[in-house]
Write a protein that binds this ligand. Structure first.
Ligand code: ADP
Ligand code: MG
Ligand code: ZN
Length: 457
């Protein structure tokens, strides 16, 4: 019989739990030191190990042979709990048994001492779903806890638990499992199952599961079926309908380079293939955000994971990235009030402007002269310096320059500009100097207050 990975690889010992270091340490120590509370509240998102750990706790409390707070896994009690037929472990799902009668049943049952084990353990799943009456009944039980009874209330919605209940429980908070740990866990399953896998594929799964181990395991399950034992990034991306961060960054480059045709084609291809466009746009926004951070920080390592992946975006002027950020952000907002694909298409089309207002091509192709003979010919017909500047520079560079202080020295026009502006438009300014010997630049250490370029956005 086929057992899904999520069930097959459910941890049976504290040591097998991935992440959740704090809950595991607290509970293991409580068992070891004989200081177990009579009521716990396990709060956290779904699929991160609440039920799993509740069962392990039940096991270690009833194990005939516990070792340092860990159950032995071999004794009768441990095995019965694993099989789900231990009489002193009662699991209730409040989502389906919401009524007061069920809680009455709990209260009555509680009056009996454990049948077989040392502790009677009640696991009440989705405890926030209990009715108010049921909560109150439970409260009475919690006020006068019967001996050798442990209640474990699990919830994904901590805020919905009444304060009176909260105050009687020891709270244990479960967090999402980090992406790295999810990947590690998936890798282990692949090894045990003899599955071939690409690291990128596992990363995509981990990303999509957002720290939920149950989702991660079942996505891996699906991928292994689809890939017939081989888990590739392509398969995963296809069936998840998501693109890897690397592919999203490639798309981002299309926008920055104003390659509108390719970008629109790709966008529509994703749409036709049934990709989740809003997820795609979300990760585009995130990638742009990271690129902007890396572009503007001296040491982004504390803020952005793998900053080296964004290194190439340092070649783009910050203005271009900020403009793109604005564009993508607006695209997301507009997707709420009209068909998403249309909103995204429009955003892509708007990226044409990046080419017009920013000297990206110069910034990218260092050494290549962007000007054409045609441009120079036109320039000859102009007579004032101002006209020539306007002619030879991109609008943004021109604007930056016109905001600068200037002095005339021996017939040479000297622009005093701050370091940042100079660096941003270096290619253009160098080119300009070659064409207009009557122009010089003086780079100022201190940043000029009036930053004309910012007004664009
Ligand atoms: N921390 C974890 N470590 C390893 N596997 C986990 C973990 N959390 C969840 N799982 C996997 O997900 C499945 C569901 O976990 P469960 O404990 O029922 O989640 P919850 O009760 O928090 O919704 C388990 O069978 C197991 O395969
Ligand atoms: Mg659960
Ligand atoms: Zn045991």
């Amino acid at each position: 019989m086929y057992v899904p990975f999520a069930r097959k690889y459910r941890p049976r010992f504290f040591r097998e739990v991935v992440g959740q270091e704090v809950p595991v340490r607290v509970l293991k120590n409580a068992v070891k030191n004989d200081r177990v509370s009579h009521a716990y509240l396990f709060a956290g998102p779904r699929g991160v190990g609440k039920t799993t750990i509740a069962r392990i706790l039940a096991k270690s409390l009833n194990c005939l042979n516990p070792q340092e707070g860990e159950p032995c896994g071999k004794c009768e009690n441990c095995q019965e709990i694993d099989r789900g037929n231990f009489p002193d472990l009662i699991e209730m799902d409040a989502a389906s048994n919401r009524g007061i009668d069920d809680i009455r049943a709990v209260r009555e049952a509680v009056s009996y001492t454990p049948i077989k084990g040392k502790f009677k353990v009640y696991i009440i799943d989705e405890a926030h779903m209990l009715t108010k009456e049921a909560f109150n009944a439970l409260l009475k039980t919690l006020e006068e806890p019967p001996p050798r009874t442990v209640f474990i209330l699990c919830t994904t919605e901590y805020e919905k638990i009444l304060p009176t209940i909260l105050s009687r429980c020891q709270r244990i908070i479960f967090g999402r499992v980090s992406e790295d740990k999810v990947v590690e866990y998936l890798k282990r399953i692949c090894e045990l199952e003899g599955l071939e896998c690409e690291e990128d594929a596992l990363k995509s799964i981990a990303q999509a599961s957002e720290g939920c181990m149950r989702d991660a395991a079942s996505l891996l399950d699906q991928a292994s079926v689809l890939g017939e034992g081989k888990i590739t990034r392509e398969i995963v991306e296809n069936f998840l309908g998501i693109l890897s961060a690397g592919k999203v960054r490639d798309f981002m480059k299309l926008l920055l380079n104003s390659q509108v045709d390719s970008a629109l084609t790709q966008l529509n291809e994703l749409y036709r293939k049934g990709y989740n466009l809003s997820k795609f746009w979300e990760s585009l926004e995130e990638e742009v955000r990271r690129a902007v951070l890396v572009r503007s920080m001296k040491d982004p390592s504390g803020v952005v994971e793998n900053p080296e992946s964004y290194e190439e975006f340092k070649n783009y002027p910050l203005e271009a990235l900020l403009y793109l950020e604005n564009l993508v952000n607006r695209g997301r907002l507009e997707a709420r009030s009209r068909p998403a694909i249309k909103a995204y298409e429009l955003a892509v089309i708007k990226s044409t402007i990046i080419k017009e207002i920013l000297p990206i091509s110069q910034a990218l192709t260092s050494g290549v002269q962007p000007s054409s003979p045609e441009g120079e010919g036109k320039a000859e017909r102009k007579d004032t310096l101002e006209d020539r500047l306007r002619e030879l520079l991109s609008p943004v560079a021109y604007k930056a320059l016109s905001g600068a202080q200037r002095v005339k020295r021996d017939g040479v026009e000297v622009f005093q500009i701050d370091e940042d502006t100079y660096r941003t438009f270096k290619e253009e300014f160098e080119n300009l100097k070659k064409k207009l010997p009557e122009v010089e630049f003086e780079v100022q250490k201190k940043k000029d207050q009036k930053e004309s370029t910012t007004s664009l956005f």
